[in-house]
Design a protein around this ligand. Sequence first.
Ligand code: SF4
Length: 227
Amino acid sequence: MPRKRIAKIIDQAEQKLKLLKELGISELPREKVDPVFRKKYQALERLRKEMSDCQRCELGKTRTCIVFGEGDPNAEVMFVGEAPGAEEDLSGRPFVGAAGRILTDIIELGMKIPRREVFIGNVVKCRPPENRDPDPEEVKECRGFLERQIEIIRPRVIVALGKHAAHLLMGSGEPISRLRGKWGEFQGLPVMPTYHPAYLLYNNSGKREVWTDIKQVIQYLEKENLE
Ligand code: SF4
């Protein structure tokens, strides 16, 4: 290969690394820095900034950190939980406690996807005191942020974890035991509701049902890949 061509390739690689650094990314495969990824990343960062001092609902008064959500802006699968818990409130990251470890196992051991390649968020972004359920007013005030995250990411599949996510995304008030395992739709995207990982901490029998639901997601992705 001519030396000029090699120099150009090195220069392009340096430019990409510089851009990654500016975006605050230290570990990503090079192919991720495509225009779509950059656009989505920047849109999510704008939204994060917009929400940074949010006081739209009462939860803003008691939270430590807003838990925006995390993961790949180009994620094919998006998980939506209910609300941050104590560890999430302190760290600013979603699903980092005991339930988070179960979710990570579902993603990495069950679905064989690195956790960093999905996106994980919640219906409300601030912790309800004493881990109570978010009330309808809080969900109403916060849901717009989740909707915008979904609009930006446009995953191939959304997994709704627990009743609050399922109710919001399925537009149904039915118990999660009846909603789980049946496909729904939100913003034209397929939604699979299942039990919240926290439920599995105390209900071993729920693991089989969650796995049945997750297998449907895996099969959907595989089938789409073949088409
Ligand atoms: S829960 Fe949502 S709406 Fe309420 S303060 Fe936090 S970010 Fe704002």
